[in-house]
Ligand binder design. Structure first.
Ligand code: P53
Length: 476
């Protein structure tokens, strides 16, 4: 074909904790996102032990989508959205994670939200776990390191699948499950798995155990979902940032390959239902003892995913340090700046061709349909005298990425379900907790200091993206 199919799912993506607010509405429990403060470029946000009075927690109110969703969906409809990706906040359904019966007020909120989307011909695309673990499971269980949390997640997934089986077809289990490969970051292991390490603990081994438990939880949910409704399309969700070698030196090429393995084995397990040999051999060399039962192995095989959802923001590059063995490379000690690329104010390297590369890489390796469920440009926006936001830099970023996406589909034959740019309406940044790191087509009047009216308005990119959708990607 000469273009994208008529069914191509144009839309946008958000996550419950980054926009809903209403942190105590309708019986909602405390989640990991509710105990995180604000950082800044180059400084990840803080995590407190429970709620500390006097601290500012930006996710508590966020943009109050909880009370504004009808007005917001009307704007998405005006842009012509075919789909809308959001998540179900686990703590609205099971406030501590441990209840035996779900919370009806929470279930009802998502019924109403999905009904509103469907009434506007917008298909909900739903992530089950997007950095929203009940905080109770951190304090009482140690997060996903504890096998009991597998059952608690599967219970939550089953409740959602049964309740929304006639409203939602596209699901994903764990958002960016592979972020924790960067286990030195307190933020990434906390948001993925509810892990809090003590000094002296082996963070890497703890991360692999939690990741394993999540992969089993995901597989069991996929199997259950397919039993509940065979029409469900259930995917994994991988943060994709291709890792390039810094030079043609074979050491750098191999370093890049090893870095890719450590970041993307998660997809191997989701897709193939088994661990790749490079990883189990690595664990043996490191003396890691990961508890994997025979039942886990069977579960992983019986719950492989239907598609690969992934986020794409940037690419990375690595250089082999002759003092550091391949086994001891980490994202911190081997990463270098790519001198061919510009970066955002947060240091994210802008690389549209990397998206085409990623689409081809996934296709070559896994031969599954793909879904770009996040892509976008976080930037400081200025409101002009006339109240408008002239975000041509955002339009440039998205245009170039859509061009490369189309080349991957039209010239390379990649099977792509859709494209949902991140933060289609301004929301709280996951990484820094800032409101002023904006991605939206829709501006929300609120800043890092919790000031603002929450009023919504259209940026220049709003009309641009509306035309992109209307022309099915032809008019960029
Ligand atoms: P923010 C790290 C690396 C790549 C993507 O991120 C990441 C992260 C975590 O910050 O997160 C994803 O808001 C994530 C979204 C997040 C979005 O990318 O830090 O799935 O929740 O908001 C953008 O600019």
């Amino acid at each position: 074909s000469n273009g994208l199919s008529k069914e191509f799912l144009w839309g946008g993506a958000v996550a419950a904790h980054q926009l809903e607010g209403g942190w105590q509405e309708g019986g909602k429990g405390l989640s990991v996102a509710d105990v995180m403060t604000v950082g800044k470029p180059g400084q990840e946000r803080g995590i407190t032990d429970g709620i500390i009075s006097g601290e500012y927690y930006p996710n508590h109110e966020a943009i109050d989508f909880y009370h504004h969703y009808k007005e917001d969906i009307a704007l998405l409809k005006e842009m012509g959205f075919k789909c809308f990706r959001t998540s179900i906040a686990w703590t609205r359904i099971y406030p501590t994670g441990e209840e035996s019966e779900p919370n009806e007020a929470g279930l009802k909120f998502y019924d109403d939200l999905f009904d509103e989307l469907l009434a506007n011909d917008i298909e909900p695309v739903i992530t089950l776990s997007h950095f929203e673990l009940p905080y109770h499971l951190v304090t009482e269980y140690g997060g996903f390191r504890n096998r009991q949390v597998i059952d608690l997640f599967v219970k939550f997934a089953e409740t959602c699948f049964k309740r929304y089986q006639d409203k939602v077809k596209y699901w994903m289990t764990f958002n960016e499950i592979n972020n924790q490969a960067n286990y030195d970051s307190d933020f990434l292991v906390f948001t993925n798995s509810g892990l809090r390490f003590k000094p002296g603990e082996n963070r890497e081994e703890g991360m692999y155990q939690a990741a394993h438990n999540e992969l089993v939880a995901s597989a069991r949910a996929v199997k259950l979902g397919h039993d509940i409704n065979p029409d469900f399309q259930i995917g994994c969700m991988i943060a994709m940032g291709p890792v390039y070698p810094a030079t043609m030196n074979p050491d750098d090429v191999l370093a890049a390959q090893k870095a890719m393995e450590k970041n993307y084995f998660f997809a191997d397990v989701h897709v193939n239902g088994v661990y790749p040999d490079f990883l189990t051999k690595y664990w043996a060399r490191k003396g890691f003892n990961i508890n994997i039962t025979a039942e886990d192995e069977a579960d992983l095989k019986s719950g492989t995913v239907d598609y690969i959802g992934f986020s794409y923001y940037m690419s990375h590059a690595v250089k082999k340090d002759s003092e550091i063995a391949f086994d001891d490379m980490t994202p911190q000690n081997s990463q270098v700046r790519n001198t061919y690329l510009e970066a955002s104010d947060w240091g994210w390297q802008i690389d549209p061709k990397g998206l085409r590369y990623a689409l081809n890489w996934f296709t070559d390796k896994y031969h599954l349909p793909l879904f770009i469920v996040e892509n976008g440009f976080g930037a400081y926006d200025k409101v002009a005298e006339d109240g408008a936001v002239h975000d041509d830099y955002r339009i440039d970023y998205l245009r170039e990425h859509i061009r490369q996406m189309k080349l991957a589909v039209v010239e390379d034959g990649v099977d792509l379900i859709g494209y949902t740019p991140w933060g289609c309406i301004d929301l709280v940044s996951a990484g820094t907790g800032e409101m002023d790191k904006r991605y939206g087509f829709i501006y929300v009047d609120k800043n890092n200091k919790n000031e603002g009216t929450l009023k919504r308005s259209k940026k220049d990119s709003f009309d641009w993206f509306k035309e992109v959708i209307a022309s099915n990607g032809e008019n960029l």
